[in-house]
Design a protein around this ligand. Structure first.
Ligand code: SF4
Length: 159
């Protein structure tokens, strides 16, 4: 595995996007940035730009207004990318299952790799979810390397 892939696995950059939540799950996501949980000590960085992100952390049921934005964010995130649905609303649509203005769970719009249950989901569960996502990511990266190019170069040689 290349230096670049190893670095990405050890320091995933995360984009948090709220697709219409009550803010309960968002508060738990923000708690990850506070000194109590401080996910930066694990190398996980919060990023605002999808082009810099490795993992999308999505909260809330997906409203029809947010559907297009969520798709656009997913398309702008470079491969290999992973998606974590945070909380019951993001996982299933939860109390909004019959609502006319929702697409329900995130997986009805983009593929989801890890579902985190809970209303709201706990910060510890979110850290576990990122660790699970990284495990899945490691498998994807290893398979890609074996299938496509053989071993990736350990470093880029500039002329
Ligand atoms: S799962 Fe609960 S806390 Fe999270 S967005 Fe839905 S209603 Fe709010």
């Amino acid at each position: 595995m290349s230096f670049r892939s190893r670095s990405r696995l050890r320091s995933p950059w995360i984009l948090h996007f709220d697709t219409g939540s009550c803010n309960g799950c968002d508060l738990e996501v923000w708690a990850l940035l506070t000194p109590r949980y401080d996910i930066e000590r694990f190398g996980m960085l919060n990023k605002a730009n999808p082009k810099h992100a490795d993992i999308l952390l999505i909260t809330g049921p997906v409203t029809k207004k947010c559907e297009g934005r969520l798709r656009a964010l997913y398309e702008q995130t470079p491969e290999p990318k992973l998606v974590i649905a945070c909380g019951n609303c993001a996982s299933t649509g939860a109390p909004f299952q019959d609502a006319y203005h929702h697409c329900f769970g995130v997986n009805n719009v983009i593929p989801v790799d890890v579902f985190v249950p809970g209303c709201a989901c706990r910060p510890e569960a979110l850290i576990d979810a990122v660790v699970l996502a990284i495990d899945k990511w490691r498998v994807i990266v290893t398979e890609d390397v074996e299938k496509n190019q053989g071993p990736e170069p350990d470093h880029e040689v500039r002329p």
